[in-house]
Design a protein around this ligand. Structure first.
Ligand code: JHZ
Length: 422
């Protein structure tokens, strides 16, 4: 195996001592995934010999507000300035965003030319569906490469971070927003209070703020430990979030469960004095969180125990089939895949390479484990016996489009929620 030049960042650097939501110092650490590079830190061939920074990856729960969060906060500039993840390469995500736009439009009937703002707009996929319905759209995203691409495609995008100052600037220039969306981004933001202040200032009196985030209950129930990584500073559950919104005179008016990303919640929020009624579903989510004992240490300890079992079983299986002379490739160079491979120390001694549909990732190497990434067409010509599914959240889409691989005897290895070979 290739020798990697690791440089471990001290565990004292970037360490949090208080909860990012309620400022309590009662943080209970329950799982360490070790030390690894940032999950979207893909490398060029010329980078492979350079030193690679490894940051601690450890998760804790606040015993005051019960927000699950990382113990270390890596500065956003390190992670998001040049970003290679785009949702538009996955049909599942494009369909999902189309339905999400339709859901929001039917919920609040915005008028032609009303303003829709997407925080963390990535390549503008979600906004493109609002634009088709004749709404004015504006994206905000720190990834300069993606903002440039979106602007080229006609989705006006400001490169930058959403916070209170950005909200004030946008309000002055573009006016109040009838809809503000934020998919898979609130959990990525360190200063949640500044986000809330920004939303409060930018949201029209009858507007809706609609966010989506992977749901903590699914993460725990389905052992989705590989979705724990440096970008995800918080792991969203409703009870702590509700308190945060209340603090800023915002109210959660509805929550809808979605299947993407291993189980996601779509949360609709409005000004507290707006006419939106609170749907009974909201209370059901709160009760469910009590039933699931999200307010007990033992829930998290038990999860951490299961994670170690998954690693042990997976490594045992992979080593056995390698010994039998079988070849294995990886499928989907996702951020979560990079967590799994780094945590399990899986490199080119086990995986020949990884295939991925994202053009930006192809011909690059995975962070930490330095596995080469090729386009998906490699699977068709390749004779691998197994494909380790590193994007288990797209299992259906990926398995369906690789019928030929299975017809000639290839098998998929799925790790989450438990080891399965199909
Ligand atoms: P995917 C991203 O995580 C990053 P990742 C981010 N931080 C976040 O919060 C979560 O999403 C929610 C490829 N693929 O979506 C494309 C194929 O090759 O699970 C992607 O590289 N063929 C914003 O990176 C990867 O798999 C296919 O047919 O863990 C999937 O990455 C399909 C469907 C996907 O997210």
């Amino acid at each position: 195996m290739r020798r990697h030049q690791k440089k471990k960042v001290s565990t004292r650097d970037y360490r949090r001592t208080t909860c990012r939501m309620c400022a309590s110092s009662k943080l209970y650490p329950f799982l360490s995934l070790g030390s690894m590079p940032i999950p979207n830190g893909f490398l060029e061939k010329s980078d492979l010999k350079k030193e690679e920074l490894h940051y601690p990856l450890k998760v804790c729960v606040c015993e005051s507000c019960w927000l699950v969060q990382l113990t270390h906060t890596i500065p956003a500039e390190i992670m998001f300035k040049n970003y290679l993840y785009v949702p538009s390469v996955s049909k599942t995500m494009v369909d999902h965003f189309q339905k999400m736009a339709a859901d929001i439009i039917s919920t609040m009937n915005p008028r032609k030319n009303d303003l829709v703002i997407d925080i963390g707009s990535n390549d503008g996929t979600l906004l493109s569906f609002f634009k088709k319905k004749h709404l004015n759209v504006l994206g905000i995203d720190p990834a300069e490469n993606l903002a440039k691409e979106s602007n080229k495609r006609g989705i006006k995008t400001i490169p930058g971070y959403f916070n209170e100052d950005m909200a004030v600037m946008v309000r002055e220039k573009y006016g109040l927003a009838k809809v503000i969306t934020a998919t898979n981004v609130v959990a990525h933001i360190d200063d949640l209070h500044s986000v809330m202040k920004g939303i409060k200032k930018l949201l029209h009196p009858v507007g809706l703020f609609v966010m989506e985030a992977p749901y903590l209950i699914d993460l725990l129930d389905n052992n989705e430990f590989d979705t724990i990584y440096h970008e995800h500073l918080s792991y969203i559950s409703i009870r702590p979030l509700m308190k945060l919104f209340e603090k800023y005179n915002l109210k959660i008016v509805d929550i809808k469960k979605q299947s993407v990303h291993g189980g996601t919640v779509r949360i609709f929020t409005a000004h507290v004095d707006s006419e939106y009624k609170i749907h009974p579903r909201v209370e059901k989510f709160v009760s469910e969180e009590n039933l699931k004992k999200l307010h007990l240490r033992s829930t998290y300890d038990e999860f951490a125990r299961r994670v170690k079992v998954i690693r042990r079983d997976l490594l045992h299986f992979l080593k056995r089939i390698k010994k039998e002379g079988r070849s294995i490739i990886g499928y989907g160079a996702s951020a979560k895949g990079n967590v799994l491979t780094n945590y399990c120390n899986i490199s080119t001694d086990i995986l020949d390479y990884i295939v991925d549909s994202t053009p930006y990732k192809q011909e690059k190497y995975t962070p930490g484990t330095h596995i080469p990434i090729y386009s998906e067409t490699e699977v068709i010509t390749n004779t691998a016996d197994y494909a380790l599914l590193l994007s288990w959240n797209f299992a259906k889409e990926i398995i369906e489009k690789n019928k030929e691989f299975r017809e000639r005897g290839g098998q998929f290895i799925i790790t989450i929620p438990y080891l399965k070979i199909i």
